[in-house]
Every structure is written in structure tokens, then in C-alpha cells.
Design a protein around this ligand. Structure first.
Ligand code: NAD
Length: 462
């Protein structure tokens, strides 16, 4: 798609007050593919004012009509699914089939789910002598990352619109073209002017201005824990609502009775897909000592097979970060089984699928989010040891458990301090609440739980 040279505010593309711009780079060949405005505080203010002005009208729009706009939005995204996939591939670097199957298809499903939820949700309930009303929180400031560019946007904007909130979106600087495409789809769907606004720009400039804006009622942020902590502090000081979807270091726990080959193969695929840039990725594989060597060999074979099937990471900065962690793993004494810090290609920000064995729980590569195609395999002695290791990080976003007996896996999953657990390879469910325990975040996205984030309650007594 062709980049817009303006910001989408109050129902139209308008020139930015700021003259700054962001070059969008294709990470597969390092070519500049577009240029978008880097909005400043004045642009954020104009967008927030538009969202505030549109709020009373949208909040009073019957849920069935809001649902109709969301259905139209879903349809607009469906009509552009090839363009979405091509745009994500161009600015994120993921292989086209993955962009089609995941980056385009998942947000379409999520948009559809909120069209249904908006229509079906009961915004009123009786509690004794009270009627409890679920009302929109107000103006939402949404700040999203680049790793699943459209999904992260839709997972915030669709429930916010379903709830009757209005939105200002500040998408990641690496993937603004997907965000512009989304704004076009919103426009085509007939969403009234000011209900959705887009300000592209830099995190510490436009993002910060949005998080600090006094007329924003709720800040919904997905990204790094470092920035999330800052945003939480600003929101706390202003007593405004905040939702944080942060990092993860999720454990893939393979219990001794499990089908080892299947658990390892699915586990490696989970880490390597999207070049490891998935906050919920199972980046720590926990295997019983008795089956450890077998698992390491299976993981090596699976990762090597992945070699030419993954795309680059998003940017030179991200590649430097991932390489730094690989070097650190080697320096800390972990055993490099395959991959390594060297680039497999001359052009593009590629990192080879990398597997570390003999990783101990306190190593940086077992504790910190790398956000690249890097798997750490840790041995455990018994189930209690596995649980201690699984729960032994500051994060708690996702995880997996494998066992011959489903009940055995569920019993273990109940003891994990984490927001989602896939049992024996359970599929992604776009209606299941997604979000973190501990420092992985505050709040939940997707499904009815995701809608509730954008509602506040009022009780009327009779
Ligand atoms: P980031 O936290 O810097 O950026 C996420 C979003 O926040 C972007 O839109 C960015 O512009 C914005 N932002 C940055 N600084 C801000 C500020 N001071 N105030 C307001 N907004 C600000 O994350 P990143 O640089 O894109 O990635 C760095 C690391 O974050 C990754 O390596 C990974 O560990 C983690 N990450 C996690 C997720 C997730 O889904 N949990 C997604 C992407 C990245």
C-alpha cells in the first residue's frame, strides 16, 4: 500500500503539526518502503479532542448499531486481507503464508468476535434492588507494538468500540503502514468521525504525550515491561485506568509421560514462528533429566529444519538485542546446540534459529525476554523442581504442559503462575482471556473479558 503523509483525525487524513517523519524499512532487504508522519504532542492533543467530542454520540449509539459498524469493519478487513498480509510482510518481514494465516486471519476473527459480543452483551443487569449499568470508560489511548501489528491494534480498538469508547491509537514506529491500512478500513466501515483516530509517531514523543494526556480516561499498552512500568506510574499518578500487556518468558513443561517428539516439535515451532517475536512464546523448554539428551537432539533437528522458513527480526536494533543475548548465553556457559549470533544472510536482519542446552534457571537467557528465535532447554529432576523453575521468573504470560494423561497436565497447569496454559498443544482461542500474572501485565484482552476492560459500572437503586 501507499503510505499516507497525514494523520487520521476526526474522520479525515490531515497534515501533522509536526514536520518530523519516520522511514519504514523492509527488514528482509533493508530498503525504505515508505515514510509516515511522526506526530508530536500537538497532534496527539488534536486527536484526543476529536475523540472526546465524539464520545457522547458513540456512547449513546445503541449496541446493535455499534455491532453493525464492527461487522462492517470486519468485512472491510476481509476485503483487504491480501493487502494486509503483504503490508505486514513488507514492514515486519514475516513470510507471506504466515502473514496470511496469522497476521491477517487472526485480527479478522477477533474483529468478528467483537461484532458478535457487542450485539449479544448485556450492558445492564439486576442485582437485588439495583440495576447495574455497564458504561464506556471514555477516551482510550491505545499504544501498540510491532510484533503482531494488526492483531495488537484490533485486540484494543474492537472491544473499545464495542463498549462505546472512542480511541486514539499510537502504533509502533516499525509497523505504521498496517495501522494506516486499519484506519482506512475503519473509515470504509462508516465509523463516525472522531470515534477512531490514528497518530503515528515515536514512543517517547507521541506515545508519551498520549499516556500523559489528562483527557485520556484509559491507557491500554502492549510492549516492553520497561515502558509499561513507566506508563503504569503515569496513569497511577493521574488516577486513570490502565491495561498493560507486557513481556513473557513462558515455560513449556514436558512431563515424563508425554509424547516427547510431539511436545518438542510443537514447542520449537511455537518459539521460532514470527522469528521468536511473540510475547507468549514458550521460550523455556523444561524436560526431565532422563529424557533430556533425546529432547535436545529432537529440538536441534526441528530448529535446523526451521532454518530457511523464518523471516528476519523486525529491525537492526532488535537483531543486535537478540545477538547480544545469544553471546551472553555462550558467555554464561550454556551449550549452543544450533544457530548462533552470526547472520545467515548478507542482507536483512536475519537471525538463525538458535537452541541452547544445559541452561540453568538463573542465566539471563532463562530469565529475560529475548524476543528472537532462541530456545533455552532446561533439565528438571522431578515435578516439584519443574514447577519451581516454571514459576521462577518475574513473568507469567503463557505456558504449556504435556503429559500422557490430560488430567495430569491440568493438575500441573493449575499450579503455574501464568495467565494461559495450552494443554497437550491446545489451539489458540480468540475468545479466551489473554494477559499476564506477575510482571507480564495488568488486565485481560480478547473475548468478554477484553470487553469488560473498557466498561465501568454504575448502580441505580430502586
Ligand atoms: P516498546 O515497549 O519500546 O514499544 C511498544 C510501544 O510503546 C510502541 O508503540 C512504542 O512507540 C511505544 N513507546 C515506547 N516508549 C514509550 C514511552 N516512553 N511512552 C509511551 N509509549 C512508548 O517495545 P519495543 O521497542 O517495540 O520492543 C522492545 C521489547 O519489548 C521487545 O524486545 C520485547 O521484549 C518487548 N515486546 C513485548 C511485546 C508484547 O506483546 N508483550 C510486544 C513487543 C515488544
Amino acid at each position: 500500500m501507499k503510505a499516507h503523509d497525514g494523520l487520521y483525525i476526526d474522520g479525515a487524513w490531515r497534515p501533522a503539526a509536526s514536520a518530523d517523519a519516520i522511514d519504514v524499512v523492509n527488514p528482509a532487504d533493508e530498503q525504505v518502503i515508505g515514510r509516515v508522519p511522526a506526530g508530536g504532542a500537538a497532534d496527539v492533543d488534536a486527536a484526543v479532542r476529536a475523540a472526546r467530542a465524539a464520545l457522547p454520540g458513540w456512547a449513546a449509539t445503541p449496541p446493535a448499531e455499534r455491532a453493525a459498524r464492527l461487522t462492517a469493519l470486519r468485512d472491510a478487513l476481509v476485503a483487504r486481507k491480501d493487502e494486509i498480509a503483504e503490508t505486514v510482510t513488507a514492514e515486519l518481514g514475516s513470510p507471506l503464508p504466515f502473514s496470511q494465516a496469522v497476521h491477517a486471519a487472526v485480527p479478522i476473527a477477533v474483529a468478528g468476535s467483537y461484532a458478535e459480543l457487542a450485539a449479544a452483551h448485556s450492558f445492564e443487569e439486576k442485582v437485588g434492588n439495583s440495576t447495574v449499568l455497564a458504561e464506556p470508560v471514555g477516551v482510550v489511548g491505545a499504544i501498540t507494538p510491532w510484533n503482531y501489528p494488526l492483531h495488537q491494534i484490533v485486540a484494543k480498538v474492537a472491544p473499545a468500540l464495542a463498549a462505546g469508547c472512542t480511541v486514539v491509537l499510537k502504533p509502533a514506529e516499525d509497523t505504521p503502514l498496517t495501522a494506516q491500512l486499519f484506519a482506512e478500513a475503519v473509515h470504509e466501515a462508516g465509523v463516525p468521525a472522531g470515534v477512531f483516530n490514528l497518530v503515528t509517531g515515536l514512543g517517547p514523543v507521541a506515545g508519551q504525550a498520549l499516556a500523559e494526556h489528562p483527557d485520556v480516561d484509559l491507557v491500554s499498552f502492549t510492549g516492553s515491561t520497561a515502558v509499561g512500568r513507566q506508563i503504569g506510574a503515569v496513569a497511577g499518578a493521574a488516577v486513570k485506568r490502565v491495561a498493560l500487556e507486557l513481556g513473557g518468558k513462558s515455560a513449556n513443561v514436558i512431563l515424563p509421560s508425554a509424547d516427547l517428539a510431539r511436545a518438542v516439535n510443537v514447542g520449537v515451532a511455537n518459539v521460532m514462528s514470527n522469528s521468536g517475536q511473540t510475547c507468549s512464546a514458550w521460550t523455556r523448554m523444561l524436560v526431565h533429566r532422563d529424557r533430556y539428551d533425546e529432547a535436545v537432539e529432537l529440538a536441534r533437528t526441528a530448529a535446523v529444519k526451521y532454518g530457511d522458513r523464518i523471516g528476519p527480526v523486525v529491525s537492526a536494533k532488535q537483531r543486535a538485542r537478540v545477538r547480544g543475548y545469544i553471546e551472553k548465553g555462550v558467555a554464561e556457559g550454556a551449550r549452543l546446540v544450533t544457530g548462533g549470533p552470526e547472520s545467515p544472510h548478507e542482507k536483512g536482519y536475519f537471525v538463525s534459529p538458535t537452541v541452547f542446552a544445559d541452561v540453568t534457571p538463573e542465566m539471563a537467557i532463562a530469565q529475560e525476554e529475548i524476543f528472537g528465535p532462541v530456545l533455552a532447554i532446561l533439565p528438571y529432576d522431578d515435578e516439584e523442581d519443574a514447577l519451581r523453575i516454571a514459576n521462577g521468573t518475574v513473568y507469567g504470560l503463557a505456558g504449556a504442559v504435556w503429559a500422557a494423561d490430560e488430567a495430569e497436565a491440568v493438575a500441573f497447569a493449575r499450579r503455574m503462575d501464568t495467565g494461559q496454559v495450552d494443554i497437550n498443544g491446545g489451539r489458540f482461542n480468540p475468545l479466551a482471556p489473554f494477559g499476564g500474572y506477575k510482571q507480564s501485565g495488568v488486565g485481560r484482552e480478547l473475548g468478554a473479558h477484553g470487553l469488560a476492560e473498557y466498561l465501568q459500572t454504575k448502580s441505580l437503586q430502586f
